[in-house]
Design a protein around this ligand. Structure first.
Ligand SMILES: NC(=O)c1ccc[n+]([C@@H]2O[C@H](COP(=O)([O-])OP(=O)(O)OC[C@H]3O[C@@H](n4cnc5c(N)ncnc54)[C@H](O)[C@@H]3O)[C@@H](O)[C@H]2O)c1
Length: 290
C-alpha cells in the first residue's frame, strides 16, 4: 500500500494482540492508520509487538519493504491495557480476542460504554454469528465482520460479513477500509463458516474421516491431494497448520447450526484434540514437527 504521509490515517483500535490481532494491527499501520493494540496484559502486547517486528524484518530482508518504511510503520503502533482510554477517540474498532461468545459480548459492551457511537465496529470471528455478537452493542447497525486470514501479511482476502442488523453504509465503509489495507474484500451473509470455512473445513474434516476409514495413511492422503489436485498442501497438513482445536471448533459450529450430518466431526479429530495434539503449535497432530 502506498501511504500518503500528508493525509492522516484513521484512529484504529485492535482488541487482542494474538496471532490475528497483531497481524491486523500490522496491516493497518502499513496502510497509514494510527493503531493501538489492546490486550489484557503487557506480556501479550510484547508478544504481539515482537511478532510484528519479526514480520517487518523479514519483509526488509526480502527487499519488499525499505528500512525507513518499517520504522514508519512501527511508529504508527501503540499498545495499551486500558480499553476505555484506547477506544475513547477510535474511528475503527476491530476485535480479535478469543473465539468465545461470552468474552466477545463482555468486550463489545465495554467498547460501547467508551467508544464514539460513530466508530465502525468489526469482529474477526471465524465461526461465531456476527448478528449475535452485535447484540451486545447499542449500535448493532455499526457492527460487521471483517474476517482476515492467517497469516494476515500474506493472504489478501477479507470476508466482510453482513450481520442481520448491519447497515448498508457500515458495509460500504468496511469494504472501503479493507481495500485501503490493500486487501481484496468480498461481502457475504452471516452464515456459519461464511464462505471459506464453509467450504474448506468440511473438506479437511472429510479427509480425517477418510483417514479413520483406513482409505490411506495421513502422508499418502496429503500427497494425493497435493500432487493429484495441485493444492499447495494436503488437508491433514492444513489442519495441523490451522490447529486441530480451531478446526474442530469450526466443524462443531457448522454441525450445531445446521444439524446437517455432512458436518459430523470426525472422531479422530476429536480424539487428537482431547490428547492435546493440536498440530504444529504443539509439535504433533496428524504429522510430527521438530
Ligand atoms: N488463528 C487463525 O487462523 C484465525 C483466522 C481468522 C480468524 N480468527 C479469529 O480471530 C480471533 C482471534 O484469534 P487468534 O488466533 O488471534 O487468537 P489468539 O489466542 O492468538 O489471541 C487472542 C488474544 O486476545 C486476548 N484477549 C482475550 N480476552 C481479551 C480481552 N477481554 N481484552 C483484550 N484482549 C483479550 C488474549 O490475551 C490473546 O492475546 C478469534 O475470534 C478467531 O476465531 C483466527
Amino acid at each position: 500500500v502506498n501511504v500518503d504521509e500528508s493525509r492522516p490515517g484513521l484512529r484504529v483500535v485492535v482488541l487482542g494482540a494474538g496471532t490475528m490481532g497483531s497481524g491486523i494491527a500490522q496491516a493497518c499501520a502499513g496502510a497509514g492508520h494510527a493503531v493501538t493494540m489492546v490486550d489484557t496484559g503487557r506480556e501479550a502486547l510484547e508478544r504481539g509487538l515482537a511478532a510484528i517486528a519479526g514480520s517487518l524484518d523479514r519483509l526488509v530482508r526480502k527487499g519488499t519493504l525499505s528500512g525507513d518504511d518499517a520504522t514508519a510503520r512501527r511508529s504508527r503502533l501503540a499498545t495499551s491495557t486500558d480499553l476505555a482510554a484506547a477506544v475513547a477517540g477510535a474511528e475503527v474498532v476491530i476485535e480479535a480476542v478469543y473465539e468465545d461468545m461470552a468474552t466477545k459480548h463482555d468486550l463489545w459492551r465495554r467498547v460501547d460504554e467508551h467508544a464514539p457511537e460513530a466508530a465502525l465496529r468489526a469482529t474477526n470471528t471465524s465461526s461465531l454469528s456476527v448478528t449475535e455478537i452485535a447484540q451486545a452493542s447499542r449500535a448493532p447497525q455499526r457492527v460487521c465482520g471483517l474476517h482476515f486470514f492467517n497469516p494476515v501479511a500474506v493472504l489478501p482476502l477479507v470476508e466482510v460479513v453482513r450481520g442481520e442488523r448491519t447497515s448498508r453504509s457500515t458495509l460500504d465503509e468496511a469494504v472501503a477500509f479493507a481495500q485501503g489495507l490493500g486487501k481484496t474484500p468480498i461481502v457475504c451473509g452471516d452464515t456459519p463458516g461464511f464462505i471459506v470455512n464453509r467450504l474448506l473445513i468440511p473438506y479437511v474434516n472429510d479427509a480425517v474421516h477418510a483417514l479413520g476409514e483406513g482409505v490411506a495413511s495421513a502422508a499418502d492422503i496429503d500427497t494425493a491431494m497435493k500432487l493429484g489436485a495441485n493444492l499447495p498442501m494436503g488437508p491433514l497438513a492444513l489442519a495441523d497448520l490451522i490447529g486441530l482445536d480451531v478446526t474442530l471448533a469450526v466443524v462443531e459450529t457448522l454441525h450445531r447450526e445446521t444439524a446437517d450430518p455432512r458436518f459430523r466431526p470426525a472422531p479422530r479429530l476429536r480424539q487428537l484434540v482431547r490428547a492435546g495434539k493440536l498440530g504444529r503449535k504443539t509439535g504433533e497432530g496428524f504429522h510430527r514437527y521438530e
